[in-house]
Design a protein around this ligand. Structure first.
Ligand code: B12
Length: 141
């Protein structure tokens, strides 16, 4: 009985194990490897009548940053998701979205959100996870 089970089991393992066996450099090894890409929702919003709020579903590499996602949105449709930024030692600071500029004088800025929670990292440092709802929101400080 044991023998009759052992042969199909050995065959199954030969099929699913990568060559080199279990001890390879294989952080990702499992019968169900983590997907290389993830889905995220990306939205732009401003409570201003002339601004068109918009959302897009994107399929990006795992470990992408918020900034990568913003660029993926531009790559998908640059007429809907363009933005500008300035570079500093903290990484990119988002200065405008769809032409709407943040202003020190008016104390406005583009705020980064994930699932409605304000992020404590900049766009270049924050890594996204699967099915996350990312939003950049025109806000006051
Ligand atoms: C004031 C402040 C702001 C103000 C700046 C406006 C202003 N004109 O003062 C506002 C409210 C706009 C702001 C926004 C954000 N901030 Co801020 N901010 C600060 C704070 C409290 C002080 C900065 C300062 O005045 N330094 C003194 C001046 C003389 O130095 P400075 O280099 O010229 O400062 C400028 C930069 O710091 C820049 N700035 C402010 N925040 C951020 C964030 C990023 C990612 C970048 C690149 C630049 C930047 O604005 C400052 C004024 O021009 C720091 C915390 C701290 N104690 O340092 C956090 C801090 C820099 N902010 C932070 C974050 C996360 C953000 C946001 C991403 C938050 C969000 N979820 O949206 C956004 C930026 C989004 C974007 N558009 O890219 C983090 C950065 C962490 C990191 N390593 O990525 C810090 C360190 C706070 C924290 N979490 O510990 N911020």
């Amino acid at each position: 009985m044991m023998q009759s089970l052992a042969i199909p089991l050995a065959g199954f393992l030969l099929l699913v194990l990568p060559t080199g066996g279990l001890c390879q450099d294989s952080e990702d090894f499992s019968l169900f490897p983590r997907p290389r890409k993830v889905f995220v929702l990306y939205s732009i919003s401003a409570d201003i009548s002339t601004f068109t709020n918009d959302t897009v579903l994107l399929y990006v590499l795992r470990d992408s940053t918020f900034f990568d996602v913003m660029n993926a949105a531009v790559a998908k449709d640059c007429s809907r998701f363009r933005f500008t930024y300035e570079y500093s030692n903290l990484g990119p600071y988002i200065t405008s979205v769809q032409g709407l500029m943040a202003s020190d004088k008016q104390r406005t800025y583009w705020e980064l959100m994930s699932n409605d929670v304000r992020l404590d990292k900049g766009a270049g440092n924050y890594k996204v996870t699967t099915w996350e709802r990312l939003e950049i929101r025109y806000s006051k400080y």
